[in-house]
Write a protein of this length. Structure first.
Length: 433
């Protein structure tokens, strides 16, 4: 009997618990319903816009403490610039090296990318440019059609001009070409194209190819400007090339601008760099490589650079070593120094200090007897180089004939020196202030 009462009591308790559970659920349902009604009412007053995120995209609020990526522009350096350059090279906009330095070549490549993607062509890699550059929407470089330049009243109708005449007119308009518009793609036109390419960071080969024309006939084309005094260490205040010789030592405090290690910078299939530490100013090395590529096209494929930039301290070591060798032969110091100066420049008096001079050789041969020597004497001027110590100017330069020693002065000066038959000393004397 007691067991039946216990069972009855347990059943009642179970029913009671079930009742309480049903009652709590009902109350909670009413509360949730009221809460939903309140939320819907508030949303109807101030609707919250919903971003159109791609499917499966994690929606994260940006951290305001995180600094935005800096805008990359001329003068910027570092890994971010190198990544930018690698991407531009991948898409075909940048022909030069990815060196982590935002210079004219990178600026031109950015402008081309911006123009082809409808962005403001300011040459700066800001957020809009970089976002598109690294996206799947980035398009490879494609040459733009070459529009005919606007004819001047004295010019012939553009439909009557050849491609070379149009090229000459455009270069003339920008100040790079001063010759006649005759349709002849000669040394003067080639030099003007090369000067334009150098000013815009393009491969300076003197050939008006698709990339050169894309810039030349675009709003990104910059007029020719004479370097401002002091903007380049090797340019004098009067705009003429720096003269370094026994009477004109390297200016005090002279600093090279942009030396490159030639063995890693230069294409080894074009030229052999004899020493692993040979350096040169980038502008001169670029011109040298363009010149030697042209020589390869003419069938001359064996070239070697035996000397480039030398510090004053290294020149002092060379000078002292030679003096010591002559002293060992029994000469006095005065005799040894005089004898040394016949073959080794005084420290501070060597053109190699500028990084613009190179000694070109052919391994195992006397350079003056090679076809390379003849080619260099004929064509170096077209690429901004001069034969620094000509055979007929020994009395002026004070240096014996060195057909292997070339010096970069820029095509504006080299062509004029060639045409007027002047060595650098004569050129400075004639045109200097």
């Amino acid at each position: 009997m007691a067991e039946k009462k216990k069972a009855s009591l347990g059943l009642k308790l179970a029913y009671a618990a079930l009742f309480l559970l049903i009652l709590a659920a009902a109350v909670l349902g009413i509360h949730v319903s009221n809460l939903n009604a309140q939320v819907q009412y508030v949303n109807s007053l101030t609707p919250t816009p919903v971003p159109d995120y791609p499917p499966n995209m994690m929606q994260v609020t940006p951290d305001p403490s995180v600094t935005r990526a800096p805008i990359l522009k001329t003068g910027s350096r570092g890994d971010a610039v190198k990544q930018l350059q690698l991407r531009l090279k991948e898409l075909g906009y940048l022909p030069g090296a990815a060196d982590g330095q935002f210079g004219p070549a990178t600026e031109t490549a950015v402008i081309l990318f911006q123009q082809q993607h409808g962005l403001t062509p300011d040459g700066k890699a800001g957020p809009a440019t970089t976002e598109l550059l690294y996206s799947s929407a980035a398009k490879p470089f494609t040459p733009t059609p070459t529009p005919a330049p606007t004819p001047t009243p004295s010019a012939a109708p553009t439909d009557a001009l050849s491609d070379t005449e149009r090229l000459q007119l455009r270069l003339k308009e920008l100040g790079y070409y001063t010759g006649a518009v005759d349709g002849s793609y000669g040394p003067a036109t080639k030099a003007a194209v090369r000067s334009f390419q150098q000013a815009h960071g393009l491969a300076a080969d003197g050939i008006a190819g698709s990339k050169t024309n894309a810039v030349l006939y675009s709003s990104a084309a910059k007029p020719f400007t004479t370097p401002a005094p002091g903007s380049e260490p090797w340019v004098r205040a009067d705009g003429l090339p720096l003269l370094v010789n026994a009477a004109n030592h390297l200016p005090s405090g002279y600093q090279t601008a942009d030396l490159v290690m030639m063995r890693t910078y230069c294409d080894s299939s074009i030229v052999t760099i004899k020493g692993s530490e040979i350096q040169g100013e980038r502008v001169a090395v670029d011109a040298l490589m363009a010149m030697l590529r042209a020589a390869h096209q003419d069938g001359l494929t064996i070239w070697q650079v035996s000397a480039g930039h030398r510090s004053v301290a290294y020149q002092q070591q060379l000078f002292d070593d030679q003096v010591y060798a002559y002293r060992q032969d029994g000469m006095t110091r005065t005799q040894a120094e005089a004898k040394t100066r016949q073959t080794v420049a005084d420290p501070g008096a060597s053109e190699h200090h500028t990084g613009l001079a190179f000694d070109i050789t052919v391994p195992g041969q006397q350079f003056s007897n090679t076809k390379q020597s003849q080619w260099l004497a004929q064509h170096c001027w077209e690429y901004g180089f001069i034969i620094r110590y000509p055979i007929d100017k020994v009395n002026i330069t004070g240096i014996s004939y060195e057909p292997w020693h070339i010096r970069y002065v820029g095509v504006e000066h080299s062509i004029r020196m060639r045409d007027e038959g002047l060595c650098l000393e004569e050129y400075i004397e004639k045109y200097g202030n």
